[in-house]
Design a protein around this ligand. Sequence first.
Ligand SMILES: [Fe+2]
Ligand SMILES: [Fe+2]
Length: 216
Amino acid sequence: MNQTMISWGEAELDALRSSVMAEMSPFRFTHTAAVEDMTARLCALYCPEKTMLLRAAALLHDLTKEKKAPEQEALCEQLGIALTPTDRMSPKTHHAKTAAALIPVRYPGFADDELVAAVRYHTTGRAGMTLSEKLIYLADYIDESRTFPDCVTLRTCFWGADPESMSMQERLSLLDDVIILSFDMTIRALLSEGAPISPDTVSARSSLLCDRAKRK
Ligand SMILES: [Fe+2]
Ligand SMILES: [Fe+2]
């Protein structure tokens, strides 16, 4: 993997979209296309120069989402991804790891480090998330195809704050605030289910809380 000079344009994104569409259900593709749209909207606000890079990340983020747990575990083994006992209790997080690991194999033209990291951490987050990681994480949570109440709340919270009218500093604070809120929601839901919480999610939340405290 490497830091590529972005070498793709609309034609390559169209081809990538057709390719991922062919390997997922219509439901998953609707979500994937909606994440691409939301990513483009977020890039327009935060980093127009990363639009092509992150639209490709959006198209690839759920590449392996529809594989069932045993298939995911087999794929992890095949790709050399070590799973801790805690990881094995959270099979929904495997797809971020397997999708990230498959990009250089299946789509080497898109194997940019920043893109791959955004895919890798789109489910759990991690301490010290980059702007690209935050944008893909949030686009996945609030894309327009999502009707789950927490997603609607978060989408309203972000766009209702009118980020277009904000300074970049205020906009970046809003991004962190909304992501912290998403972690609160995710952690609360996992607690109510008695499910394990990814250490990356806990670290991601703490790291953003520290950043917010430093800004005050
Ligand atoms: Fe996902
Ligand atoms: Fe997704």
